[in-house]
Write a protein that binds this ligand. Structure first.
Ligand code: HEM
Length: 380
């Protein structure tokens, strides 16, 4: 007998839940919802399933849009949504392609690399730093802050954050407060600069509101996009023909990305709190309980997706829930898709084979991607 627990394939576990316990309680903890139809219901009904989940909101700190309900949610989302519209995002294509090519260039002629370190982590952090006008900052430090906070998100919301997460949050706040102070006297046209100049019915945005946006965007956009790029590599490993298909027919890239999001959903679950007693799939959930809609399980639901455990590069329609659904639908979805498409195309153009050296499945309830993903690369 070994002292390490056997690894459970999350997709087997999700299948079991969908089949036998579509809505079940995780010990004394939250309820988990496994079927596509029910996950969709939870995400759509923001009145019954509130996003205000935090137990002890930090006094004086504006909640982020992700963890707020209307009308606060609408106000916050409207302030930044313009910058994330497809036409605005499309303007970044050239810059993202340039950054991606430079990163991939560093991988050429190396027989084995850590894909996270070389591409999947730096690309998203560079993109969001540019949008916020902090591209002159230290990308590794941004990444470290984002990692420390993201990997402690459960404790931050429901318990006491680790000293590591608290000090990362402090450092990040100080950095952005200095930036904000500078931009107030030196106006700039990037997203943060425009937010600083925005006047709402309640006047200009406070430092705390501005910090809230910086925190959310830096964190929400990083780990998840890293997860999409590593998901693509996992697909290339498991279904090697997909890499040659993309090479021969680049027009398949958009459907490849949607299918990768479905197949290895980087944001595998989110969280809500019930505002009333509610029945779902025959189960009563009491008011005030936490609910986890299992997005990664919904995306493998065989009643919605034919051959759900097969990767279909041309799958259409593909009603996956990887970016959520309803009022909290991912604000960065266009940006994530663009980054994913550019990264996948760069990989397909430069390599004939991408093999994982350690092909463990993603974790159940996992958010974002792995910290390390060693791959062996073969050029033409
Ligand atoms: C593949 C990459 C990504 C995935 C899979 C993803 C997934 C998601 C999901 C599932 C939600 C909804 C959560 C919920 O309903 O509780 C969400 C919300 C959000 N995402 Fe993303 N995301 C990605 C990339 C990005 C990027 C690049 C950005 C911005 C830079 C971003 C910014 C946001 C924001 C601001 C929200 C909150 C929206 C709201 O509450 O109205 N995401 N994302």
């Amino acid at each position: 007998m070994t002292d390490t627990a056997p690894t459970i394939n999350p997709y087997d576990a999700y299948r079991h839940l969908r089949k036998t316990m579509p809505v079940s309680k995780l010990g004394d903890g939250p309820w988990q919802v496994a079927r596509h139809k029910d996950v969709n219901t939870v995400l759509k009904d923001h009145q019954t399933y509130s996003s205000e989940v935090q137990l002890n909101p930090i006094k004086g700190q504006t909640p982020s849009m992700l963890f707020s309900d209307p009308p606060i949610h609408q106000r916050l989302r409207k302030l930044v949504s313009r910058a994330f519209k497809p036409s605005h995002i499309e303007q970044q294509r050239q810059q993202i392609t340039h950054s991606c090519r430079e990163l991939v260039q560093q991988m050429i002629n190396k027989p084995e690399v850590d894909l996270v370190d070389h591409l999947a982590a730096p690309l998203p952090v560079m993109v969001i730093a540019k949008m916020l006008g902090v591209e002159d900052g230290n990308m590794q430090i941004f990444k470290d802050w984002s990692d420390a906070i993201f990997s402690n998100i459960g404790d931050i919301l429901f318990a006491t954050p680790s000293p590591e997460a608290a000090s990362a949050a402090d450092e990040m706040d100080h950095y952005f407060l200095d930036k904000i102070a500078f931009i107030r006297t030196h106006p700039q046209s990037h997203l943060l600069g425009r937010l600083i100049e925005t006047e709402t019915e309640q006047g200009f945005l406070s430092n705390d509101e501005l910090l809230g946006f910086c925190r959310l965007l830096l964190i929400a956009g990083n780990e998840t996009t890293t997860g999409l790029i590593t998901a693509a590599a996992r697909v290339f490993h498991t279904f090697p023909e997909t890499l040659s298909q993309l090479k021969l027919k680049p027009a398949l890239t958009p459907t490849f990305i949607e299918e990768a999001l479905r197949f290895y959903s980087p944001f595998s679950a989110t969280v809500r709190r019930t505002t009333t007693d509610v029945e779902i799939a025959g189960q009563i959930i009491p008011k005030g309980d936490l609910v986890l809609p299992l997005i990664a399980s919904a995306n493998r639901d065989e009643s919605i997706f034919t051959q759900a455990d097969q990767f279909d590069i041309e799958r259409k329609p593909n009603p996956h829930l990887a970016f959520g659904f309803g009022i909290h639908f991912c604000l960065g979805a266009h940006l994530a898709r663009l980054e994913g498409e550019i990264a996948v195309q760069c990989l397909a153009q430069n390599f004939s084979s991408i093999r994982l050296t350690d092909s463990e499945s993603p974790e159940m309830y996992g958010l974002g991607g792995p910290k390390v993903l060693k791959v062996q690369l073969q050029q033409h």
